[in-house]
Design a protein around this ligand. Structure first.
Ligand code: DGL
Length: 239
């Protein structure tokens, strides 16, 4: 089997990203790492998030990964540059909020970009917003990722929390999911707007970007068999 691609997040948020990558790259093996011990990334200081991001990249490099997918907006916003600096010979792809495609498709209204507090503060996100974020409001969502993680089998429990966040933005035309955990509440967001909202997720662009980079570096696998393995810190994966 070829060397795997490593994917990490603080929990289950990055599974959506893994799914998109695995669907596009059918001969690639993957390792998914959920760093439960450090969850929630988005409530931590910049230094802590950077250290956590680097630590997880290091773990995946030690597992012989040929590429690192940072399936987390927070770790990308704060740590991707450091990961690239420390591991220049490994492909590293981050998850960016899809602000640019969202704004280009607005038809006169405005968008909201839902992000963690750490992403909201980060230089990378603020630069993205200042270049592409016309008519887009950044909305910090303290503890939402953790609520999703803790209620993943009973998401109805957090409907009121989600609606409360959106209540200040009733007129929004589009919503950018700026945290990989938020993909689990996209239907709830649609419900809030009575179906009349467009939702943007950076996971598709990430998967395409990964494919292009692997092709560019002649690292695409043609193995007939592949594996997808799951690891976690602190507690067993999915528990
Ligand atoms: N899923 C992560 C993100 O995309 C972080 C969630 C968290 O641990 O706070 O930002």
């Amino acid at each position: 089997m070829d060397r795997p691609i490593g994917v990490f997040d603080s929990g289950i948020g990055g599974l959506n990203v893994l799914h998109k990558c695995a669907a596009l790259l059918k001969n690639e093996s993957f390792i998914y790492l959920a760093d439960y011990a450090a969850m929630p990334f988005g409530e931590k200081s910049e230094d802590e998030v950077r250290r956590i991001a680097v630590k997880n990249a290091e773990r995946l490099v030690e597992m012989n990964c040929k590429a690192i997918v940072v399936a987390c907006n927070t770790a990308t916003a704060v740590g991707i540059e450091e990961i690239r600096r420390l591991f220049p010979n490994i492909i590293s792809i981050g998850l960016e909020p899809a602000v640019k495609p969202c704004v280009s498709e607005l038809t006169g209204g405005y968008a909201v970009a839902l992000v963690t507090p750490a992403t909201a503060k980060s230089r990378r996100f603020n630069e993205l917003m200042s270049v592409y974020g016309d008519n887009t409001v950044a909305v910090r969502c303290p503890s939402l990722a953790k609520s999703i993680e803790d209620n993943i089998f009973s998401l109805e429990n957090i409907r009121a929390e989600v609606y409360d966040i959106l209540s200040g933005y009733r007129g929004a035309e589009a919503v950018v999911l700026g945290c990989s955990h938020y993909s689990y509440i996209s239907n709830m967001i649609k419900d809030y707007y009575g179906g009349k909202v467009k939702i943007y997720d950076g996971a598709d662009a990430l998967a395409l970007n990964l494919k292009r980079r692997l092709e560019w570096e002649y690292l695409i696998s043609d193995c007939a068999e592949r594996s997808i393995r799951f690891y976690s810190t602190k507690r067993k994966f999915g528990q």
